[in-house]
Design a protein around this ligand. Structure first.
Ligand SMILES: [Zn+2]
Ligand SMILES: [Zn+2]
Length: 149
């Protein structure tokens, strides 16, 4: 049986792969509710197909049907991870948050090393709202995103 999901479509025109959003517990599982943090603010998401980071808003969320078999779903991207560190912008002291969806079992350490190696920041914004060239190396933390629980 296909399951109803919500996705973001990667903003890279050469990719356009879906980023599947896990349900947010505080929203419950009603199909009419869109999984997004309560503050409804934009979020930077990493697409794991093309490794590009863009900013997405609540309005970018689309419904989609997940046709995967139950076995495949067991290893599915079920967790939103948050990587946070200093903005690499000149004269910018702000923090940058990047979200990526992955299987919970992959763990924050693996997710962190993967992101730091590979992410390409296209239209990410730091918490000051400026376009962000990336994360400063060092002092980067990774955790399961508390806003998504
Ligand atoms: Zn992509
Ligand atoms: Zn900045």
């Amino acid at each position: 049986m296909p399951i109803r999901r919500h996705v973001l479509i990667c903003k890279n025109k050469d990719c356009e792969q879906p980023i599947v959003l896990p349900p947010s517990i505080h929203l419950g599982t009603s199909p009419h509710r869109v999984p997004w943090p309560k503050d409804e603010l934009p979020r930077n998401f990493l697409c794991r197909s093309c490794n590009r980071v863009y900013e997405y808003t609540l309005q970018d969320v689309r419904p989609a049907l997940d046709e995967k078999q139950d076995q495949e779903r067991a290893n599915h991207d079920d967790t939103v991870f948050r990587l946070e560190g200093g903005c690499a912008g000149q004269n910018c002291e702000a923090q940058v948050r990047i979200l990526a969806v992955g299987p919970q079992g992959s763990g924050t350490m693996l997710i962190k090393s993967f992101w730091l190696r590979s992410a390409i920041y296209e239209k990410a914004k730091c918490l000051e709202g400026r376009l962000c060239p990336g994360l400063l190396a060092g002092n980067v933390s990774a955790q399961i995103d508390p806003d998504w629980e």
